[in-house]
Design a protein around this ligand. Structure first.
Ligand SMILES: [Zn+2]
Length: 334
């Protein structure tokens, strides 16, 4: 059993870094790039723990799990480990987190901390989550640190949007590519984390969440689970009942708050509806709709997914979509 057992689907990346470590060629700065919700943050934390561990050599890239430094990492109290990201409700990572607020500029923040001597190990390690959300001022202060990295420091930037990073930042980091999790692995993780209880439910979430474990978690509970149930329950005799569904969806979407959240609610409404119609297609023998009629609806939903990026009042748009799916499309040619 090693700390890496908790991660699945990233063996290639781990091997790559282990090879670098065994040749003492670990970089000062990495950019972990890949889709969200697949374990990049956990990977970065494991890497940090491996390098802090007192019982293993850096070249092994593993951790004992019991030494003082391992314990500090597990408890989230390691004094040489920093992790920053975009605070809840903010749209970017504030400059203060890099260089301190105006009063303490240059005397606080991640860049300052990295310049100090390590306290309980031989290095300092910093993780920057959502690195694409650094604005230019913050990015430029980080750039200075990346250009002259303090001895034995390691900085890991994590993002799913490489294009949001300054080219000068990217060129200072070694990029490590993470791939989306295969369905089977995601399904295992969903079950082992007990998000749901049965194989069928786990498979459903794995497919819906597009390889993203965080999304799978969200789908397994809270508001998204509610929405999924509302849509599933509104299907009667093979089609949706708009009189029942429209008011429920509108209440749900309007309760989602600002427009980006409404759009997300609409995105999931479209996803869940498509899932239901695909389900109908699988049992079309016992369904009053023909396979062609189902296909028309699925196509309408695919178009809807494309339109979601356009500006429009979401509630009105969703209402139109649901009425289309329910009735008005029956006579359209295929
Ligand atoms: Zn250890």
């Amino acid at each position: 059993m090693t700390i890496w057992d908790t991660l699945q689907g990233h063996d290639i990346v781990l091997e790559q870094l282990k090879r670098a470590a065994s040749r003492r060629r670990l970089s000062h700065a990495y950019l972990f790039l890949g889709p969200g919700g697949i374990g990049k943050k956990l990977f970065a934390r494991n890497l940090a723990q491996s390098l802090f561990c007192e019982e293993t050599l850096d070249e092994e890239l593993d951790a004992c799990g019991v030494c003082a430094n391992c314990k500090r990492m597990q408890a989230g109290t390691h004094p040489d480990y920093y992790q920053i990201g975009c605070p809840e409700g903010k749209k970017s990572i504030p400059i203060e987190l890099f260089v301190g607020d105006e009063e303490h500029r240059g005397r606080q923040g991640l860049c300052y901390e990295l310049s100090l001597r390590p306290m309980s190990s031989d290095r300092k390690i910093a993780i920057i989550n959502d690195a694409h959300l650094m604005q230019s001022e913050a990015a430029n202060s980080l750039l200075k640190t990346l250009e002259e990295p303090p001895a034995k420091s390691l900085i890991i930037l994590i993002t799913d949007r490489e294009e949001g990073l300054l080219p000068t930042i990217r060129s200072r980091c070694q990029t490590v590519h993470f791939r989306a999790l295969p369905i089977e692995i995601l399904q295992n993780l969903i079950l082992s984390n007990e998000y749901v209880q049965t194989d069928d439910e786990a498979e459903r979430l794995a497919k819906l969440s597009d390889g993203n474990l965080e999304v799978a978690f969200e789908l397994s509970q809270g508001r998204l689970r509610e929405l999924s149930e509302v849509i599933r329950n509104s299907f009667s005799s093979g089609n949706i009942n708009p009189l029942k569904l429209v008011p429920q969806i509108l209440e749900w979407v309007e309760g989602s708050g600002e427009s980006s959240e409404q759009r997300r609610a609409a995105f999931w409404t479209v996803k869940f509806l498509a899932e239901e119609f695909r389900q109908q297609a699988r049992h079309f023998n016992s369904n009053p709709m023909t396979i062609d009629q189902i296909e028309i609806r699925l196509r309408r939903l695919r178009d809807a997914e494309q339109q979601l990026h356009e500006t429009m009042p979401i509630p009105l748009w969703l209402e139109g979509l649901i009425y289309d799916l329910a009735s008005g499309m029956r006579d359209q040619p295929v």
